[in-house]
Design a protein around this ligand. Structure first.
Ligand code: ATP
Ligand code: MG
Length: 198
């Protein structure tokens, strides 16, 4: 009985933390949103250290790619840590023991890919709703509240970015934070100008 009470206390504590985080985001003001230029490769290494215990629970390896290596992006580091750790947490829940998860950054996106059970096509639009869980009983056993992706979605919106989820049942899931296109447009227009000059 004590173990059950302890587990429930931990679950409720996690739930209230997440609810606070989400309400805070709905009311986010300029003071609480602090974007800065971040060295993405270092950021990803930091995330890997933070989430390492969670990965070890299932002996899952995390492959990290940053292209280009010296990539710098402007975002709120603490909030983006919350996004990436939530996405990796979901990926761990969906994955089998001894599998792998990929964490990738490019100028256009930050992406977490797993090779786990996948999300049914008809549920893809709903998973970012607060408290939505595909498999309620399972997620509760995992200690989930259905708030992680809602939190990610709010943070991503604050950055004027988009959360894109692609999944195939039995194959795996890719969740990407797609950054606004300004940088790409600049590069493309520079390229176009160069082509015109040639
Ligand atoms: P919490 O994040 O609050 O601990 P949760 O993980 O259940 O709980 P979300 O992160 O919001 O909640 O995810 C919502 C649901 O979407 C999950 O319950 C799960 O059914 C599904 N889901 C999310 N990510 C994945 C994934 N990578 N693979 C398979 N299903 C996923
Ligand atoms: Mg989650």
């Amino acid at each position: 009985a004590l173990i059950y009470i302890e587990n429930e206390c931990r679950r409720l504590s996690r739930l209230s933390m997440k609810m606070l985080e989400l309400t805070g985001l709905y009311e986010a003001s300029e003071d609480s949103f602090n974007p800065a230029e971040i060295q993405v490769d270092n950021f990803l290494k930091g995330v890997k250290e933070l989430i390492d215990c969670r990965l070890q629970e299932k002996n899952i390896s995390l492959d990290v790619f940053c292209e280009p290596k010296e990539l710098v992006k402007k975002f709120d580091q603490d909030l983006m840590i919350s996004v990436v750790t939530n996405l990796i947490d979901n990926a761990v829940k969906a994955s089998r023991k001894e599998s792998k998860i990929v964490l990738e950054a490019t100028p256009d996106h930050l992406m977490v890919q797993d090779f786990g059970k996948g999300i049914p096509k008809e549920e893809l639009e709903m998973v970012t709703e607060p408290f939505y869980m595909v498999d309620k009983s399972r997620s509760r056993a995992n200690g989930g509240a259905g708030l992680g992706l809602a939190i990610c979605n709010e943070i991503v919106k604050l950055h004027q970015a988009k959360l894109q989820i692609m999944s195939k049942m039995g194959i795996g899931t890719q969740v990407s934070v797609c950054f606004p296109k300004e940088v790409c447009r600049q590069v493309n227009s520079e390229k176009m100008e160069m082509e015109e000059e040639v």
